[in-house]
Design a protein around this ligand. Structure first.
Ligand code: GLV
Length: 326
């Protein structure tokens, strides 16, 4: 019997690729940009496994073109790029990489919060523009973090990790999420409705997955409810926020600033109006990008792929219902 064939849609850390090569015949897409949909479509008919990224759209037609696929392993905790219902209907297990990136992502959400509150990117630019002529009592004044109120929308693993950081800053934490009030209190927060959270928070940080329910969860109405001094942080998915409404709110001073690790679309087009605003800090989807965490994510993605090829349950499977089928 020949070795299993897999396609890996981008270069991974070397250790993970070496391990993969010991188990199967792996073709790795070597270009910096993702393969086009049609490239994956061309290959998938021959594949036993696919290791993909959040930049790859994996939909039902692609799965229908893959008669022998045993596993699809996504190198990300989020999996909104994959039609999970279609995969489950076809009995294809889907892997993701939860857990290992919680603290790294929470660090980054807090980094964005602090950078926007204290206007660090603007301050750097101020020097580069030759404007630092003297110490001045009011120049580049920002918002206090210590003792402020943080609203966390979505209190799963990453939201809870952000809350732990907030405790070190003596913040009051309002939480809008599915967890019970008791559980949220145990974590150190107060359960709030979305509107209560938006009206009362100095910072609002998003930690929900992208689903039909959360798409444009933060839109004009929600931005209007926020304080004019409030700051929005998004390390979840760009489409959780309506970008046009956000632009208007930032431009018109309805909220003070935003720190975005994620945008809609990605990459953010260079002519996107959000890029013209000093009070909008945008970085290129790097919240989980520490060397150690990205290496761990690659190892997990490889673990899932190998388990799937061997007919074993994936260690981290987003659709375990596939194993309940007779
Ligand atoms: C990154 O956004 C991830 O979902 O892992």
């Amino acid at each position: 019997m020949g070795r299993d064939k897999v396609f890996v849609t981008r270069e991974l850390p070397a250790a993970a690729l070496e391990r993969l090569a010991n188990h199967c015949e792996a073709e790795v897409w070597g270009e910096f940009r993702p393969p086009d949909y049609d490239v994956i479509l061309d290959k998938i008919g021959e594949l036993d496994g696919l290791l993909c990224l959040l930049t790859d759209r994996i939909d039902a037609p692609l799965m229908d073109a893959a008669p022998q696929i045993k596993v699809i392993s996504n190198l990300a905790v989020g999996y909104d790029n994959i039609d999970i219902a279609a995969a489950s209907q076809r009995g294809i297990p889907i892997g993701n990489t939860p857990g290992v990136l919680n603290e790294t992502t929470a660090d980054f959400a807090f980094a964005l919060l602090m950078a926007t509150a204290r206007r660090i990117p603007e301050a750097r630019q101020y020097i580069h523009d030759g404007k630092w002529l003297t110490w001045h009592p009011t120049v580049l004044s920002g918002q206090d973090i210590f003792g402020a109120t943080l609203g966390i929308i979505g209190c799963g693993r990453i939201g809870a990790a952000v809350m732990r950081r907030a405790q070190g800053f003596n913040m009051r934490v309002l939480v809008n999420s599915l967890e019970s009030a008791d559980e949220i209190r145990r974590l150190g927060g107060e359960k709030a409705t979305l509107d209560e959270l938006l009206c009362n928070s100095d910072f609002v940080s998003l930690h929900v997955p992208l689903t039909d329910e959360t798409r444009h969860l933060i839109s004009q109405r929600e931005l209007n409810l926020m304080k004019p001094t409030a700051i929005l942080i998004n390390t979840a998915r760009g489409s959780v926020v309506d970008p046009r409404a956000l632009y208007a709110a930032l431009r018109d001073g309805e909220i003070l600033a935003a720190g975005l690790d994620v945008t809609d679309p990605e990459p953010v087009p260079l002519d996107d109006p959000l890029l013209t605003l000093d009070n909008c800090l945008i970085v290129p989807h790097i919240a989980s990008a520490s060397v150690a965490t990205r290496a761990k994510m690659a190892e997990m993605a490889v673990d899932n792929l190998i388990a799937g090829l061997q007919g074993q349950p994936l260690p981290t499977c987003v659709n375990p219902e596939v194993y309940q089928r007779g």
